[in-house]
Design a protein around this ligand. Structure first.
Ligand SMILES: [Fe+2]
Length: 398
């Protein structure tokens, strides 16, 4: 693999048109930034000098802003109130510590805030994930290393993946994950996100759909193309933005990188506004404020005005040894059916009790789920036998 056009450990948002061999190498941690230094050495002594709840709430808000956690001083107090439902900072802090299973008895209010910020990862950088983003050069061979997992998106026809014992055609608008050594060969654009510290599994996906299956912020949707195998594992996503979106400014604790596969828009960051065009590739360092915006008028008659493939090197979602579909749906006591229902997985149709025949459907739906989440986003793509086509293998891949 040639690495012409390498950017190593970037500290700001990068976007550029797909360019053969373009590489973002994030294997080494970025140099410790001023923000990281502040987070690791934040001085909480000022909190201990006040006993006024209002002043303490203000100091907490100032701290979150200076630590780069939020850009709104009022967010500290409002978040505590929303999370706990309680009034008064003492009750709120104690409730948070209890619910987060923090058993250390705080010596002061300031210490309580310090414990809360430490346990919510506000005082340290998130774990580093060694990652590389690489643009396959059409007509060349991209060698994928052993000991890593490679996630890919294929933008055109005319490519194959060569593994040790087979050759797999990969057609346009499809995705894959490959554990271990392989080669990408052929004339297509193919972006590969390699996680060097993770052993995934190899599988090949179908076409990326036209609209997402999960709600995301601000009216956007998302589909987990390659879900985490275990909680915390990497994932590959398709992210969809309707026309006229002004996404709320936000950050992520780990990198995000990907490719614009449909439509166009703008990414707004503190370092400027960056046009996003179909075919662009992007890389977002951890904890970088950003928001994706779309134009009011759609370019095409599609639900999504901007669709991007987004790789995440980690997650806070996925099955665990104690919580996974095989185990959760294995019943040998009534107790297990109760626990399954508690998880919200009772798929049996709700049957109103005789005395409750007036119950409307809206009253038996989950209270906190937005309307859109109850609708099926699964698009219908009926397969037609006469649409099947044979993709010719590149000459050097046979
Ligand atoms: Fe984001």
């Amino acid at each position: 693999m040639s690495h012409q056009g390498i950017i190593s450990s970037p500290e700001t948002f990068i976007v550029k048109p797909y360019s053969p061999r373009f590489t973002v190498d994030f294997r080494s941690p970025a140099a410790s930034s001023d923000l990281n230094n502040l987070r690791q050495n934040f001085d909480f002594r000022s909190f201990n000098e006040t006993s006024s709840p209002d002043i303490l709430a203000k100091l907490g808000g100032d701290a979150l802003v200076s630590l780069g956690i939020t850009d709104n001083v009022a967010d500290f107090a409002s978040s505590l109130h929303t999370y706990t439902g309680l009034e008064g900072i003492d009750a709120q802090l104690q409730n948070c510590l209890d619910r987060l299973n923090i058993y250390t008895k705080p010596s002061s209010r300031g210490h309580a805030i310090e414990l809360l910020l430490a346990h919510t990862n506000c005082l340290a950088s998130d774990r580093h994930h060694p990652v590389r983003m690489y643009c396959h050069a059409p007509g060349e061979i991209t060698q994928l290393e052993s000991g890593a997992t490679h996630y890919g998106y294929v933008a055109d026809d005319g490519c194959v993946v060569r593994e040790a014992s087979r050759v797999v055609p990969v057609t346009r608008n499809t995705f894959f994950s490959i554990h271990g050594e392989a080669q990408v060969v052929g004339d297509a654009r193919c972006i590969v996100f390699t996680h060097f510290d993770y052993a995934g599994i190899t599988h090949y996906g179908g076409e990326v759909e036209e609209w997402g299956r999960l709600n995301y912020i601000d009216g956007c949707t998302d589909t987990l193309l390659t879900p985490p195998l275990r909680r915390g594992d990497p994932c590959l996503n398709a992210l969809y933005f309707p026309a006229g979106i002004k996404q709320t400014q936000h950050t992520h604790p780990s990198i995000r990188c990907g490719m614009v596969i449909e439509g166009s828009g703008i990414c707004k960051t503190p370092s400027g506004d960056f046009p996003l065009e179909c075919g662009d590739v992007f890389f977002l360092p951890p904890e970088t404020y950003h928001s994706f915006h779309t134009h009011e008028a759609r370019q095409k008659d599609t639900k999504s005005a901007l669709t991007v493939i987004a790789f995440h090197p980690d997650s806070d979602f996925g099955p665990t040894d104690e919580d996974h579909p095989m185990l959760n749906r294995t019943f040998f006591k009534f107790l297990h059916r109760i626990r399954s229902a508690e998880r919200g997985l009772n798929v049996a149709p709700m049957r109103p009790m005789a005395a409750d025949s007036e119950i409307r459907q809206s009253e038996i739906q989950p209270a906190d789920v937005p309307d859109m989440a109850l609708a099926s986003h699964a698009p219908a793509f009926p397969a037609k036998a006469d649409q099947a086509v044979r993709i010719p293998l590149p000459e050097n891949a046979k």
